[in-house]
Design a protein around this ligand. Structure first.
Ligand code: FAD
Length: 387
């Protein structure tokens, strides 16, 4: 008998099931055959972004009035889960659709939305978000990039690093200080939508990483980069609040990917332990294997129940600060434990790149670091508990 979930998923409706079938076909046709070359070139082909947009798989939650297909965040979860199922960790569809574009949708003016959202849904515009700098990541209020008003422009100066989609992006949301007063740390931050061909916006080198081989993570720099004041997102000084509002969904996106990855890793490991024999029997028959798999399956199923309930509440419009941090913390720690345990079942093959488990192991590590480190998640949870 194969691994079956004890927890039935009541989260999705029929429209999501149909969407999943359609995305599964897209995965088999457009993603799986390209993964090897994407891993080698360290980047997904731009053409595939356009095909994903054409299929309605980018920003699936976006309304038709802005060029989207008019679904909801659960359609995005279908995409996120589908990519995890084939171990595609570098095609940052979720970052684009569910992390960056929502800033424009939530805080942009009508004119900004009309200007950029249709291209984002079509895949003609690939987006990135640049918060982290060489000198600061967790302490967002300490960013040093500045934006100085000059007539009807802002002049941006500073450096960003570890920016996902950094090379491919056509549009980048950049956090910068509009008020350098150290007593005004949080209210001094603003978000700007910067087009990649703006003079003074330079894409630095693509960074060599431990995992996420097909992801074009890079440095970005801004040198006297003149950005029209019309590209300010919302009001000047509201950037920190905007980030704090939207970071909940970012954490949820990471949790969704981690949960789906853990499920796939476990499923494949169960199949492998039944096929691989040692000492005259399948390794699944050793007590150690059975106990370890039982532990992993328990963690995965408990995680699924928590996460699906959270997704249901998030889609219903609840603002869940504590719970989103808990999910990001718990699901990514759980993935780390499951992928490490499962890799061991493969023996030496688990260390070979041709086995997806080895890539899954390397890909998983960053989920405890980005979107706010897991230590920062604990700080937020503790604060929410009034500690
Ligand atoms: C592959 C990858 C992709 C990324 N993509 C993006 C992106 O697209 N856009 C973007 O803006 N950023 C991105 N990041 C950056 C990421 O969000 C940061 O690396 C992360 O927030 C941590 O910041 P830092 O690296 O500066 O670590 P630091 O903030 O220097 O933290 C170092 C260590 O100190 C700990 N620490 C810090 N403060 C505290 C505290 N108060 N209490 C306890 N422990 C603490 C941290 O948990 C960590 O363990 C990406 C990173 C990676 C690796």
């Amino acid at each position: 008998m194969c691994y079956a979930r004890a927890v039935d998923r009541h989260l999705y409706g029929e429209e999501h099931t149909l969407f999943r079938q359609s995305f599964d076909r897209f995965i088999e046709r457009e993603i799986v055959p390209n993964q090897k070359s994407w891993n080698e070139q360290g980047m997904v082909d731009r053409e595939t972004w356009r095909k994903a947009g054409g299929g309605g798989f980018l920003c699936p939650w976006l309304g038709e009035d802005y060029g989207g297909p008019g679904g909801d965040f659960l359609h995005s979860c279908v995409v996120n889960e589908g990519l995890s199922r084939v171990y595609e960790s570098g095609f940052a569809m979720a970052l684009h659709s569910d992390i960056v574009v929502p800033y424009i949708h939530a805080f942009g003016s009508e004119e900004q939305k009309q200007q950029w959202l249709p291209g984002c849904a079509a895949g003609d515009i690939v987006t990135a978000i640049a918060m982290t700098e060489p000198g600061t990541g967790s302490d967002l209020a300490a960013i040093a990039t500045t934006a100085v008003k000059d007539g009807d422009h802002y002049v941006i100066n500073g450096s960003k690093t570890f920016i996902s989609n950094g090379i491919l992006c056509d549009l980048c949301i950049v956090a910068a200080k509009t008020d350098p007063d150290p007593n005004n740390k949080h209210r001094g931050i603003s978000l700007f939508v910067i087009e990649a061909d703006t003079p003074g916006f330079d894409k630095g080198k693509k960074l060599e990483k431990m995992g996420m081989a097909s992801q074009d993570t890079s440095e970005l720099s801004f040198e006297d980069c003149r950005v029209p004041a019309a590209n300010l997102l919302g009001e000047e000084g509201s950037g920190f609040l905007q980030l704090m509002t939207n970071l909940q969904q970012e954490r949820l996106v990471v949790a969704v990917g981690a949960q789906a990855s853990a499920e796939q890793v476990l499923k494949d490991a169960i199949a492998y332990t039944k096929e691989r024999a040692a000492f005259g029997r399948p390794i699944s028959k050793f007590q150690n294997t059975r106990f370890k798999i039982a532990e992993c399956a328990t963690k995965v199923e408990v995680g699924r129940a928590f996460l699906d309930e959270l997704l249901r509440r998030h889609v219903a419009g609840e603002h869940l600060v504590k719970e989103c941090s808990m999910a990001k913390l718990w699901q990514t720690e759980m993935l780390g434990e499951v992928v490490d345990t499962c890799l061991q079942f493969y023996g030496g093959y688990g260390y070979m790149l041709e086995y997806p488990i080895s890539r899954a192991y390397m890909d998983a590590r960053v989920s405890r670091i980005y979107a706010g480190t897991n230590e920062i998640m604990k700080l937020i949870i503790a604060k929410q508990l009034d500690l």
